[in-house]
Design a protein around this ligand. Sequence first.
Ligand code: HEM
Length: 180
Amino acid sequence: MLGVIFTNLIEMMEQEVGLELTETVLEEANLESKAIYTSVGFYSPGEVVAIVTTLSAHTGIPVGELVESFGVYLFPKLAEYHPQAVRGKKSVIEVLSILDSNIHVEVQKLYPDAQLPEFKTIEESPTHIKMRYISENSLEPLAKGLIIGGATYFNEEVEVDISVESADYSFITVRKTNSS
Ligand code: HEM
């Protein structure tokens, strides 16, 4: 997984739980990388799980909730690093509809080792989108957080419904609730 994901995760932890607990979590998580991440390096996705599981043990907040909050935090950061990905867009639904065919394709060109998920559109209207999410990492809570973070970015409200169908894929449905 791309280092920028880890550097942002650590930044969020420092802001939310403070430097001391962040240090403790990174030590206890027993990371192969020793938590020395560069934004363009690649590290095992298992390290995200190890960090968040250790943070969950310290805070009592469930792992899924922590990963979702991280997604909310991450969206505006990704948009800041890659402004072309969101330029001209008015809704997170628009972003989702071109994620597979455009945004994540451009990410793959920039970072050939990136392991991107698959988001296939099954149904779409201006106020809703239903997608199939396929990823070896099964990061549904991250996807949900990124979608909520995207909605916040575009100043809209959405409902996100995730239905895990098997170990291989999930359905994600997003509905705009303040349709203007
Ligand atoms: C609502 C919109 C988005 C959703 C739902 C989404 C979803 C995801 C998910 C779930 C992952 C984790 C990998 C996995 O599941 O296997 C991921 C990775 C990533 N996404 Fe997106 N994404 C969104 C928008 C963006 C945008 C705007 C950018 C910036 C151009 C971006 C860049 C990346 C990068 C750099 C990675 C890491 C790839 C790696 O670790 O190798 N995403 N995305």
